[in-house]
Write a protein that binds this ligand. Structure first.
Ligand SMILES: [Cu+2]
Length: 432
């Protein structure tokens, strides 16, 4: 991909990074892309070539910008075809990738900056898109309205697209589609959790000899972490525009992730004395309470800020239990892990029970993913074989939640010999 900046904007103030979402980047964390985690931004006038080999992977993935909110308009599909036959019984004669997006009429980086400055929620997007197009239901005034159960603004508008068949007979003289007559068939209502759960529970690995499911059967480490929205007390000399005059933040185990000013990977690899991170991410929630059933406001607590990561030796089988909380409101957080696929071995509503729930895990054919939609008001357990040395971001893929700090990272140390060790940084890695 060649990213070009117009003459007027090609100043050093322009920053950009690109991430291939789901590509494992084996030993090549330098090409992973998240800002200040694996590299510093590419600035106007600079160039950086992401070099990596795709090994033993296939699927429909995504590439997108990974600096500030540039992902809002810089993204696309990335499809890796299997070298072995498709596991479908019927032949595929056409493929049409559909990429969903959101559109702001203003600069999305400004939306983020304003949100962080005021402590309020971000402006809702002006439209949803399919393959970059908003569809015929726009333009109209911003249809966003407050979500009934939420303290956040929510874009409640609808985008639609049409399939047009090639070589189909067209009836002339007919008016274009009457939008008011459109019926959306069999679609679940918004917040129909039962429907969504039933659907996602059906997703399994093939677990066949050709497409095996290599889920770790035993674990070396279990990390249990809350994923929360927080209401932070407003500093005395400031005005905050979040709920009740406070500021919105988000956290994992009450730690709000702060992106440092130099890349964590660089600081780790070069063993810099001034480290941009620490290796002490809490492996259990700091306080245990009724995570999903309590009072969302009185139980809500101030979060702590830092750059705390999990560090594991090469080859560790890690289990991470992601526990939603009812702080502010229950949320379905899509948690994305860089550098590794993982298996979703269990999920449920309410609070994770360490004594009982692991007994019900699916260790036979759980889905293998790079992102898990943790049930709102519930939990999900994922298992990762940490076999890719480097520094890997873990974060909620809702852009504002990442900005608010719903993130951490994990470091996989080098193992034995070159095949289990990170490659050195490329010559053109952007300087910090
Ligand atoms: Cu989230």
């Amino acid at each position: 991909m060649y990213w070009s900046l117009s003459d007027t904007s090609s100043c050093l103030c322009w920053k950009f990074e690109c991430h291939r979402h789901g590509i494992r980047q084996l030993r090549t964390g330098w090409a992973d892309g998240p800002a200040y985690v694996t590299q510093c931004p590419i600035r106007g006038g600079q160039s950086y070539t992401y070099r990596f080999t795709v090994t033993d992977q296939r699927g429909t993935l995504l590439w997108h910008a990974h600096y500030a909110w540039q992902r809002a308009s810089v993204y696309g599909a990335l499809i890796i075809y299997p070298r072995i036959p498709y596991p479908f019984s019927r032949p595929i004669s056409a493929e049409i990738p559909i990429v969903f997006g959101e559109w702001w009429n203003g600069d999305p980086d400004e939306v983020e900056k304003r949100m962080m400055l005021t402590g309020a929620g971000p402006n809702s997007s002006d439209a949803y898109t399919m393959n970059g197009l908003p569809g015929p239901l726009y333009p109209c005034s911003n249809q966003a309205r407050p979500y009934l159960t939420s303290v956040f603004p929510f874009n409640n508008s609808t985008t639609i697209g049409f399939f047009r068949y090639k070589n189909a007979k067209t009836r002339t003289g007919k008016p274009p589609v009457d939008l008011s007559s459109l019926k959306l068939h069999n679609l679940p209502a918004m917040e129909d959790n039962a429907f969504a759960t039933k659907f996602s529970d059906k997703i399994k690995s093939l677990a066949s000899p050709q497409y095996p499911c290599n889920v770790p059967q035993t674990i070396d480490k279990r990390v249990i972490t809350t994923i929360s929205l927080n209401l932070q007390d407003c500093p005395e000399n400031k005005t905050c525009s979040g709920y009740k005059g406070k500021s919105f933040f988000a956290s994992m185990n009450n730690q709000s992730f702060v992106r440092p000013s130099i890349s964590i990977l660089e600081s780790y690899y070069k063993n810099l004395t001034t480290k941009s991170f620490s290796a002490d991410f809490p492996e259990k929630p700091p306080n245990s309470f009724d995570y999903t059933g309590g009072d969302p406001l009185t139980q809500n607590m101030n979060t702590e800020f830092g750059t705390k990561l999990i560090v594991v030796p090469y080859g560790t089988n890690v289990e991470i239990v992601l526990q939603d909380t009812s702080f502010l409101n229950l949320e379905n957080h899509p948690i994305h892990v860089h550098g590794h696929n993982f298996f979703i071995v269990g999920s449920g509503f309410g609070n994770f029970n360490e004594a009982k729930d692991p007994k019900r895990y699916n260790l036979v054919d759980p889905p293998e993913r790079n992102t898990v939609a943790v049930p709102g008001g519930g939990w999900a357990a994922i298992r990762i074989k940490a076999d890719n040395p480097g520094v890997w971001f873990i974060h909620c893929h809702l852009e504002q939640h990442t900005s608010w700090g719903l993130a951490t990272g994990f470091i996989v140390q080098n193992g034995q010999g070159p095949s289990q060790s990170m490659l050195p940084p490329p010559q053109d890695l952007p300087p910090c």
